[in-house]
Design a protein around this ligand. Structure first.
Ligand SMILES: [Zn+2]
Length: 587
C-alpha cells in the first residue's frame, strides 16, 4: 500500500458527500443543520447518531463513536486508512497517484496508542468517578458535557488507572513512552504524563489525534501542559482545531487566531468555526504557513492587555512574512474571547470582528494613544517599533503602504524610511542577535551590555522594581536576544515558554541575583544608559537625514541634534568623552 499525499486526502474528504455515504448505511433525517439516525455501531433504535456536515464528522451520543468519512468506512467495514481513502476517492472521482511500493506507516503504533488513550480519557470525562471534578469544572465555565464530548475532550485522572487500562489493551510501555503518554521518573518507574487534567485532543491535518493539551484542575504547576515532542507530535507545526476549522476557513475566507483552547471551544460552539490557536506558545513560522494554506486573511483575537498585545504583534509579524493580510480585533478591557462570547453571544463577537483593523493601523493607534507621536524622541521610538512590522511585510504592496503610513504618522520623509528598511533586508526573517536594533558605533563604555543584565536582575527582584523596569524600557531595547526574550517572559509571567538558550540565560541571572548592590543606584545607571542609547540612535538618524535636507531643513536638524546631544550628555556624562573623539555635533 502506498502513502497518499496529505493534500489529496484533504481533497477527497472535502469532495465526499458525508450525508450521502453514511446515508447508505443509516437512515438519516435532517435536524437543524445536522442529520440524525439510529447508530449503526451500538445498534440503537433511537436517533442518537448525528452526522454533522459542517464539521465533516459523525458522532454517537450513546456509544460515542466519532470520526470523519474515512473513519466511518474503517469502523463500519473494517478497512484500513489508505483503503478507506481510496474507496471514497473512487466514489468522488478523484484519481490517487500511485507512488510505488512502500511499507506501512512506521508510526502507526503511535497513532493507535494515542487514539486508544483519547478514547479512554473521553470515557473518564463522560462517566469516570474521578471525572466529576472535570464535569463540575466545565459546568462552572458554562459548558455542558453534551456539547463538548463530540469535540473529543477528555479527563486524565490522578492515579495509575491509565497504566492499567493501557496494559489491558495490550499496549506496550515503550510505545506509550514514545507516544508521550507516559513519563519515566528518575527512579525508573513509569507514570502517566497527564494527571488530574482536562484534556484537549490535538489533531494533525489528517484529523488523527497526535497529542493533548492539558488544563490542570486543582492546585499545582504548570496550569497548561502539552504532550512532549514525539515523532508524530510537533507543537510548533500544529494548530489546535485546524482539522475542523479548515473548511470553514476557506468558506469564510478568513481565519480567526485566538490564544487558548477554551477560546477555540467557545467560538466553535457559538457557530464560528474558522478558529484556530497555537499550542500555548507564540505563533511559529510553520504555523503561519499552515494558516496560509487555507485562508489569506487572519484576524487576531488576543487579550487586549500588555502581554496580549505583545503576543498579537509577534504573531502578526510571522503572518506578514507569509504574505497574509493581518487584522487585529480589540476586545473590551478585561475580556477574553471565551468570556465575551459567554456574555454577548456570537453576535457580540461578530461585531468586534467586524471592527478589526489592519495590524499596522492598530500599532499606530496604540503609539498615538501613548503620546509617542507628539514629541520628536517619541516619534523616533515609534518608528523603531513600527520598523519590524514594515520589514516583516513580505508582500511588496503591503510594505509600500506601511511605509507611507509610517512616514506620514512620524513626520519623516518616506525615502529616508525606505533606506532604513532596506538597510536591514526588508521582509527577511529576523533571527538571533543580528535582528537587534542598530548597535552603538561608539566604543563600549564600562556599563553597556550589563545595563540590560542589570535591568533583568532588577526585574527578578520583584516589586516595586519589576513595575518600574517594565515601565522604563521596552523589550525591543534589549539588543541581546536571550535577554530580550527573558525580559518578555518575566514581564508576561511566562518563563516556561522560554527557548533553551534564553532559559539558560534566565537561570544564570536568577543564580546571580543582586547581591548586596544598591538597587536604586543600579536602576538609575541602567535606565540612563538605555535612554542614552535611544538618544544615540536619534543622532544617527539625524546624520542620515542631513544630506538630503534643504538648507533650512538642515539648520533645524542641526538645532535638533544639539538638543538631543545635550540630553544625552545629561543622561550619560561619560558619553562626552567618547563623542569628542568623533567630533562635536553638527560640525
Ligand atoms: Zn452508538
Amino acid at each position: 500500500m502506498s502513502l497518499i499525499p496529505d493534500d489529496v486526502i484533504d481533497q477527497v474528504r472535502e469532495a465526499a458527500d458525508l450525508v450521502g455515504i453514511i446515508g447508505e448505511h443509516v437512515e438519516l433525517k435532517r435536524s437543524g443543520s445536522d442529520y440524525r439516525g439510529s447508530c449503526p455501531f451500538h445498534g440503537g433504535t433511537h436517533r442518537n447518531f448525528a452526522v454533522i456536515p459542517k464539521k465533516g464528522m459523525f458522532y454517537c451520543f450513546v456509544c460515542h463513536e466519532a470520526g470523519d468519512v474515512f473513519t466511518f468506512f474503517m469502523k463500519r467495514l473494517g478497512m484500513d486508512y489508505p483503503t478507506a481513502v481510496r474507496e471514497v476517492a473512487r466514489r468522488v472521482g478523484i484519481t490517487i497517484p500511485e507512488r510505488g511500493p512502500s511499507g506501512p506507516d512506521p508510526h502507526e503504533p503511535l497513532y493507535n496508542a494515542v487514539a486508544a488513550a483519547a478514547d479512554w480519557f473521553a470515557r473518564q470525562l463522560r462517566e469516570g468517578p474521578e471525572g466529576d471534578v472535570a464535569r463540575q469544572y466545565l459546568g462552572s465555565r458554562g459548558l455542558d458535557l453534551e456539547s463538548v464530548l463530540p469535540l473529543g475532550l477528555g479527563y486524565a485522572p490522578t492515579g495509575r488507572a491509565f497504566l492499567d487500562a493501557m496494559k489491558s489493551l495490550g499496549l506496550r510501555d515503550e510505545v506509550l513512552l514514545e507516544a508521550g503518554l507516559l513519563i519515566k521518573r528518575e527512579d525508573g518507574t513509569l507514570a502517566p504524563s497527564f494527571r488530574g487534567r482536562l484534556l484537549f485532543p490535538i489533531h494533525d491535518p489528517r484529523a488523527r489525534v497526535v497529542g493533548f493539551g492539558g488544563r490542570l484542575l486543582g492546585a499545582g504547576e504548570p496550569k497548561y501542559l502539552n504532550s512532549s515532542e514525539t515523532p508524530i507530535f510537533h507543537k510548533g507545526r500544529l494548530l489546535y482545531n485546524l482539522h475542523a476549522a479548515k473548511h470553514a476557513m476557506r468558506k469564510a475566507e478568513r481565519a480567526i487566531l485566538v490564544e487558548g483552547y477554551f477560546d477555540v471551544l467557545r467560538l466553535s460552539l457559538a457557530g464560528i468555526e474558522e478558529v484556530v490557536a497555537p499550542l500555548g506558545t507564540g505563533l511559529t513560522s510553520d504555523q503561519a504557513q499552515l494558516v496560509r494554506r487555507h485562508a489569506s486573511h487572519v484576524i487576531l483575537l488576543y487579550d487586549s492587555d500588555e502581554a496580549g498585545l505583545r503576543a498579537t504583534f509577534r504573531a502578526a509579524d510571522e503572518l506578514l512574512r507569509e504574505r497574509l493580510r493581518v487584522s487585529v480585533a480589540t476586545l473590551p478591557p478585561g475580556e477574553d474571547p471565551d468570556t465575551l462570547v459567554q456574555r454577548r453571544g456570537a453576535a457580540g463577537l461578530e461585531a468586534i470582528l467586524k471592527d478589526a483593523v489592519d495590524v499596522f493601523e492598530r500599532k499606530l493607534q496604540i503609539l498615538e494613544r501613548k503620546g509617542f507621536l507628539g514629541t520628536l524622541p517619541g516619534r523616533r521610538r515609534a518608528l523603531d517599533r513600527l520598523l519590524p512590522t514594515i520589514r516583516a511585510a513580505a508582500d511588496p504592496i503591503t510594505q509600500e503602504l506601511y511605509m507611507s503610513r509610517a512616514a506620514e504618522a512620524a513626520g519623516v520623509r518616506k525615502d529616508v524610511l525606505e533606506r532604513e528598511v532596506a538597510s536591514r533586508g526588508g521582509g527577511g526573517r529576523e533571527t538571533g542577535p543580528a535582528a537587534a536594533p542598530p548597535a552603538s558605533r561608539l566604543p563600549p563604555p564600562e556599563l553597556p551590555a550589563s545595563a540590560e543584565k542589570t535591568l533583568l536582575l532588577l526585574l527578578l527582584e520583584g516589586e516595586p522594581w519589576k513595575s518600574k523596569v517594565i515601565q522604563a524600557v521596552d523589550a525591543e531595547e534589549f539588543e541581546f536576544m536571550p535577554y530580550r526574550e527573558a525580559f518578555e517572559a518575566i514581564a508576561d509571567d511566562a518563563v516556561l515558554s522560554l527557548s533553551e538558550t534564553s532559559a539558560r540565560a534566565y537561570e544564570e541571572l536568577r543564580a546571580e541575583g543582586l547581591g548586596d548592590r544598591d538597587p536604586n543606584a543600579l536602576y538609575e545607571r541602567a535606565v540612563n544608559f538605555i535612554e542614552a542609547r535611544r538618544l544615540e540612535r536619534q543622532l544617527e538618524q539625524i546624520d542620515q537625514r542631513l544630506p538630503f535636507e534643504t538648507p533650512e531643513g538642515q539648520a533645524s536638524l542641526i538645532a535638533e541634534k544639539r538638543r538631543v546631544f545635550d540630553e544625552l550628555r545629561k543622561r550619560y556624562p561619560r558619553y562626552k568623552i567618547a563623542m569628542r573623539r568623533r567630533g562635536a555635533p553638527g560640525t
